[in-house]
Design a protein around this ligand. Structure first.
Ligand code: AMP
Length: 531
């Protein structure tokens, strides 16, 4: 029997997934790459290039390369490749055919049927064009599935109770937010908003400009206008952006960018996560407004949501998660393989339509919030022993998150990292998991020494906490094994909302109590300062 596949036909990247033993998996190419850049071109000899090869030639040969064709689906427009006109369906069909071939090679079987995903806001004409592209590529399109619905399927929402999910999808070139209601097998998109010109590519361009300005400042000369140089800066910017999702600072080096007379000019600088965040924050604020509009259209409040799902590669940025969490106060915000989950959901749906046995796809989550004790400066004064959450409860695992903290006393030589789990604002009231010290800090004024605390929680339930002093890289680590950390089955998640409501009520109470405590000095000594 021929295999059916699920296809995420994206603006920037596309993926193909299939079921194996009832579980979905994304099919890689021979080089192990999962994402196929949605780029089509022809080389100087007129041969067809699809994916990475086409993307590589884009800077050098834009007239022979087509990107982001998804934006033109459903229009009568034509694109030219090597002087020949093509319809958007035909270009998309080339991408789909390449994915079909990839799947057939990996599965050693023919692939004739597919579920293809599209944004919830796609019009009928855009959906028809996508279906036509599938047919041109030799695929029978079993269903055109909404992307947020596909993502929701991965989160095992097929319980009998009605669940409302908000899917926040920030990719390379587009942003969408959708509110999906699921009751048993019935899924409905209640509202959808977005901006199909906003995404990680914009962040790259902002960072590219910053890098360019740094080179100009250092050499006192404007950068030469040169497409290859700009492409290198843009690639360096994207690499740095991706690294900054894991680390608080990165070195950016591009040797021999250009030369001034006989002198070569290199890019050699350091970027901090805060610098990137300051650049992208205004764009992310727009996405929060779109959340509010979608909620208003669906006549819902944040508290009516059972879960928020983050989709799209750009949601790997810690700031995205943080802002969405803050904005929706208390709703569980989850992500699972954000750049793959639409394809995985499409494969699940393809399996269901094909009558296959589909396993419930269980996503494992952290049962409690994990964090450390800190002191916090508030309008009410300095409050010690505040629990600073690094991994919020109900976060899908595996997960790695980090936060920066600062010393609070001049010449502070030591910080103690006290790790605990729980939902109480008072760190003492949570369950302690262990502690360790980072000693020998540089002799600097309060607030000048930064400590990055990173929490990694793996699929085996092992928590690794690493604290590093950012200027010297000096670091200490604590490993907490799973016996201390209980896990929560996915069906228990329903209870979480009540508990979170209670948590918020107690948070307000405790802030009031803490304000009344006078004797804070002693407790403060070894706390680090969250800000
Ligand atoms: P997608 O359209 O979902 O494939 O997302 C692609 C976008 O996600 C690109 O702009 C990537 O640079 C961005 N991206 C991928 N991984 C990360 C990461 N770890 N941190 C920040 N952005 C990322």
């Amino acid at each position: 029997m021929a295999t059916v596949v699920g296809i995420d036909l994206g603006t920037t990247n596309s993926l193909v997934a299939a079921l194996d033993g009832g579980q979905p998996w994304v099919i890689p190419d021979e080089a192990g790459e999962l994402l196929l850049p949605s780029v089509v071109g022809t080389n100087a000899q007129g041969q067809l290039l699809v994916g990475q090869a086409a993307l590589r030639q884009f800077a050098a040969a834009p007239e022979r390369t087509v990107r982001s064709i998804k934006r033109q689906m459903g229009s009568d427009g034509q694109v030219r490749l090597d002087e020949k006109p093509y319809s958007p369906e035909e270009i998309s069909a080339l991408i789909l055919r390449s994915l079909k071939q990839r799947a057939e090679a990996a599965l050693e079987d023919t692939v004739e049927q597919a579920v293809i995903t599209v944004p919830a806001y796609f019009t009928d004409a855009q959906r028809q064009a996508t279906k036509a592209a599938g047919e041109i590529a030799g695929l029978e399109v079993l269903q055109i599935l909404n992307e947020p619905t596909a993502a929701a399927l991965v989160f095992d929402s097929r319980s009998d109770e009605t669940q409302r999910l908000l899917v926040y999808d920030l990719g390379g070139g587009t942003f969408d937010v959708s509110i999906v209601e699921i009751t048993g097998p019935v899924t409905e998109v209640l509202a959808s908003h977005g901006n199909n010109r906003l995404g990680g590519d914009d962040f790259d361009r902002l960072l590219q400009r910053l890098l360019g300005e740094r080179v100009e400042q250092e050499h006192g000369q404007p950068l030469p206008r040169d497409a290859a140089l700009e492409a290198r800066l843009l690639q360096a910017a994207e690499r740095a952006k991706i690294e900054l999702s894991e680390r608080s600072r990165v070195a950016v080096r591009e040797p021999y960018l250009f030369s001034e007379g006989d002198t070569p000019v290199h890019l050699d600088t350091e970027l901090r996560r805060e610098e990137l965040e300051a650049l992208v924050r205004p764009l992310l604020r727009d996405t929060l407004e779109a959340i509010d509009r979608a909620l208003a259209d669906a006549s819902l409040k944040p508290a009516d949501l059972d879960r928020v799902i983050l989709v799209g590669g750009s949601t790997r940025m810690p700031l995205v998660q943080e802002l969405v969490e803050q904005h929706l106060g208390g709703v569980a915000v989850n992500s699972f393989e954000p750049d793959r989950c639409v394809a995985l959901g499409a494969a699940l749906q393809a399996g269901v339509l094909n009558g296959e046995e589909v396993e419930t796809f269980l996503v494992d989550v952290t049962p409690h919030s994990l964090g450390i004790a800190t002191a916090m400066e508030t309008e009410l004064g300095l409050i010690p022993n505040i629990f600073s959450t690094i991994i919020p409860r109900n976060t899908v695992i595996p997960v790695s998150r980090s936060k920066l903290y600062y010393t609070m006393r001049d010449g502070q030589q030591l910080v103690r990292i006290e790790v605990s789990q729980g939902e109480q604002l008072n760190a003492d009231e949570n369950v302690p998991l262990g502690h360790f010290d980072v000693e020998g800090l540089p002799d600097r004024p309060a607030g000048d020494v930064a400590i990055e605390v990173q929490f990694g929680f793996d699929l085996n339930g092992i928590l690794t906490v690493t604290a590093s002093e950012t200027s010297s890289g000096k670091q200490e680590q604590l490993v907490v094994n799973k016996s201390s950390i209980q896990r929560l089955a996915s069906h228990e998640l329903k209870h979480s909302r009540n508990q979170i409501d209670t948590l918020f009520a107690s948070l307000v109470e405790q802030m009031d109590e803490a304000a009344d405590e006078d004797d804070q000095e002693d407790n403060d000594k070894e706390n680090i300062h969250a800000r």
